[in-house]
Design a protein around this ligand. Structure first.
Ligand code: AMP
Ligand code: MG
Length: 407
């Protein structure tokens, strides 16, 4: 058994980023930018109106002019044909380019538009207007050539809009790892089956598939394997065609825990087995090198919450490194324990918890009622895992803790 920090370091040393690639904008959510994104336009591209109304010279309004001659109507997509002169205004729609000389827009609700004898006028219902009111100048959001997203940034749905705005149709990133999921155990039945005596539904499989999908990866569900060397070896060989193979069960010290031995027989090099963490101690991690491409194998413990903790602590970290994230992207939160809490054992303990919203500026986290590594029921309310330090079973309210959010 090795300390958690050592296991994380070994993971970092052994996992390498996947090759560079370019992908279409539309499928880039979740990928990591391999280089900066630059603007090829100003934003906004021209001085523009933020309101439907009338573009004016603010001096006119502030000098008591009440009625202005309307020289044209500018709608979004048009380009103004007439500069406005003192005593004039242009009718303008939201987003439309501002005519020359205008320095403010009076919103339509503060005007009365008149059109008589082919002459258009606007009566202003206000006495003053500040220069620059209701207009946005060219390039105030960002300028041509500016970096709008840094290298290493993880693309979120909101970034898609920005990248579309700057014409970034092809996104520089790294290949995404493919993932295979293979739970093991004689006792497992599919979730659509009613378990017979001694059986249990395979909850890890669907959960691990969903977790990997949640982080934007393509996942192959290999079903499950019984604890039989031949079937295990065959299915693991299939799984080794993927960048990441997530096994669950069969990595402890029982007579049917065949997974580590079979992995070794198949040439997967063990990097670590058993980590001082609770739950999830039996975790196994190894690397398979096949024609220059590395495959990463995680043997997660069978109990569902152990698998879940293993995923969040180790698998996520490996995935992020493969995707090209720089540094530790897992967004640990720091705060205080909300209530007194007891843990057992001398390993760092990851306990399901939730954030507490109160009027304090300090973040607080509350451990949930949880009966251990088989208890997924407790996770319903959980937003993440509270990390309790080792060598202490009694944790007072106010103790400093770390919180690892699920998403
Ligand atoms: P193991 O790590 O194989 O010794 O399994 C530890 C415990 O987790 C046992 O009680 C198993 O029944 C349970 N378990 C193993 N695999 C799964 C699974 N895929 N879904 C739900 N529980 C499981
Ligand atoms: Mg088992």
């Amino acid at each position: 058994m090795i300390p958690l920090e050592q296991a994380l370091q070994l993971l970092d040393e052994n996992v390498t980023p996947l090759p560079l690639t370019d992908i279409p904008l539309a499928s880039s959510v979740g990928s990591v930018l391999a280089s900066e994104i630059h603007a090829d336009v100003n934003s906004p591209p021209h001085d523009k109106s933020m309101m439907d109304g009338f573009a004016v010279i603010s001096n006119d309004v502030n000098n008591g002019k009440k009625t202005l001659v309307v020289v044209e109507t500018i709608i979004a997509g048009d380009w103004p044909q007439h500069p406005i002169e003192p005593g004039q205004a242009s009718r303008i729609m939201t987003g439309a380019p501002l005519p020359r000389n205008a320095d403010a827009v009076v919103m339509v609700e503060q005007t009365e538009f008149e059109s008589t004898d082919g002459c258009q006028r606007v009566k202003l219902l206000i006495d003053s207007i500040a220069p620059e009111k209701n207009i946005l100048r060219q390039g105030v959001n960002f300028k041509t050539g500016q970096t709008v997203l840094p290298q290493g940034h993880i693309v979120r749905a909101t970034d898609i809009g920005l990248m579309a705005e700057v014409g970034a149709g092809i996104i520089p990133t790294r290949e995404k790892p493919t993932v295979a999921v293979l739970p093991t155990g004689n006792e497992l039945v599919d979730h659509q089956t009613k378990p017979l005596r001694g059986q249990i539904r395979n909850s890890n499989g669907p959960m691990l598939v969903a977790l990997a999908q949640h982080f934007g990866l393509e996942v192959t569900d290999l079903g499950s394997s019984v604890d039989d060397p031949t079937q295990l070896a065959n299915l693991i060989e299939t799984g080794l065609q993927h960048d990441v193979l997530l096994l669950s069960g069969g990595v402890s010290a029982g007579t049917m825990d065949l997974v580590p031995g079979i992995l070794k027989d198949l040439g997967v090099v063990e990097i670590f087995h058993k980590v001082a963490v609770k739950p999830g101690k039996p975790i196994w991690f190894g690397v398979h090198n096949c024609e220059g491409r590395k495959r990463y194998v995680f043997g997660l413990p069978g109990n569902p919450v152990s698998s879940l903790v293993g995923f969040h602590l180790f698998v996520r970290r490996a995935i992020e490194k493969m995707l090209g994230s720089q540094g530790d992207q897992i967004p640990t939160e720091y705060g205080e324990l909300n209530i007194q809490h007891e843990t057992r054992g001398n390993r760092p303990t990851f306990w399901p918890g939730k954030r507490v919203i109160d009027d304090q500026t300090i973040r607080r986290f509350e451990p949930l009622i949880w009966r251990g590594s088989s208890d997924l029921f407790a996770l319903g309310e959980a937003e993440g895992l509270i990390r309790f330090r080792e060598n202490s079973s009694s944790h007072a309210a106010g103790e400093k803790v770390e919180f690892l959010p699920f998403a």
